[in-house]
Design a protein around this ligand. Structure first.
Ligand code: ZDP
Length: 281
């Protein structure tokens, strides 16, 4: 099976073009576990499948993403930028706005071209979902903004945001000092999150700049998370900590996020193709 290794700010993926490669989709979860393993497989933060759009849907293409633990995620910000670049550079599409069907709905990346080359990608990530039931999070109606969550005796003020996939954002004075591998999985699997959650620890530097570290659902610590950066920008604005345009500094680099007046979140950042290979599947 031919694959292409891609990444968005070090958040890396194995992209399989299912227009050319036949995959038994039932086996996709175990294929993700095997291929994403950094010792016994190719190594990646996720397996991304490029599929024809569903009948009757409005998309140009359909994207499915599987985490290294085999779980399927609804959306993925860094991968969708890579999908847009891949389709353009492999002549699968000859326009700069691409309608991608995901489990989180239709998402529209727009290629930012310079002399016909992809410089970066700006994605309309849709509207953030803030109702507790939409995250999903257990408990009564309403939004979760700066609400205490007890984790094994310690209390954390959390803000929960869904970008199609769940995010739990926690503000801290110094992101580098967070014991992410200790607290990350405890919150990811906290029973208040029926579908688990991604966890972001955010240090506010100014009204338009923050540092974010992420513990991803089904993947662990990654160098960047696009949906997480969007959730972080929304959480910052909801808590009055930043403007609605913010640069999110991640270990792998910067993403520029705008929560616009149309209530949509726009994410701008790079996408990179690294190499191609063949995997004995
Ligand atoms: O929601 C999840 O289970 C995430 N681990 C999916 C991957 C999200 C991603 N890092 C992103 O950029 O949004 C790819």
């Amino acid at each position: 099976m031919h694959f292409t290794k891609v990444h968005g700010l070090g958040n890396d993926f194995i992209l399989v073009n299912c227009y050319e490669e036949k995959i038994d989709l039932e086996k996709a979860p175990q294929l993700a576990v095997a291929m994403c393993n950094r010792r016994f497989g190719v190594g990646a933060d996720g397996l991304v499948l490029l599929l024809p759009p569903e009948q009757g849907e409005q998309g140009d293409v359909r994207m499915r993403i599987f985490n290294p633990d085999g779980s399927e995620a609804e959306m993925c910000g860094n991968a969708i930028r890579c999908v847009a670049r891949y389709m353009y550079e492999h002549n699968m599409i000859n326009k700069d706005k691409i309608r991608v069907e995901t489990l989180a709905g239709l998402i529209v990346p727009e290629l930012i071209l310079e002399n016909g080359l992809v410089k970066s990608v700006r994605v309309d990530m849709g509207e953030p979902r803030l109702e507790r039931s939409e995250i999903p999070m257990a408990g009564g109606p309403g939004q979760v903004v700066g609400e205490p969550l007890t984790v094994e005796g310690s209390s954390y003020n959390i803000t929960a945001v869904s970008m199609g996939n769940p995010h739990c954002v926690i503000f801290v004075p110094d992101a580098a000092r967070v014991s992410l591998w200790d607290i990350g999985p405890r919150i990811e699997k906290h029973d208040v999150f029926p579908r688990k959650t991604n966890v972001e620890f955010v240090q506010v530097l100014s009204r338009d700049e923050v540092i974010m570290r992420v513990w991803e659902r089904g993947a662990g610590e990654t160098m960047a998370c696009g949906t997480g950066a969007c959730a972080t920008a929304v959480a910052c604005a909801l808590n009055g900590l930043t403007e609605r345009k913010v640069t999110v500094r991640l270990q792998g680099g910067d993403l520029f996020i705008e929560w616009a007046a149309d209530n949509h979140v726009y994410m701008t950042g790079p996408a990179t193709e690294v190499f191609t290979g063949d995997y004995p599947a």
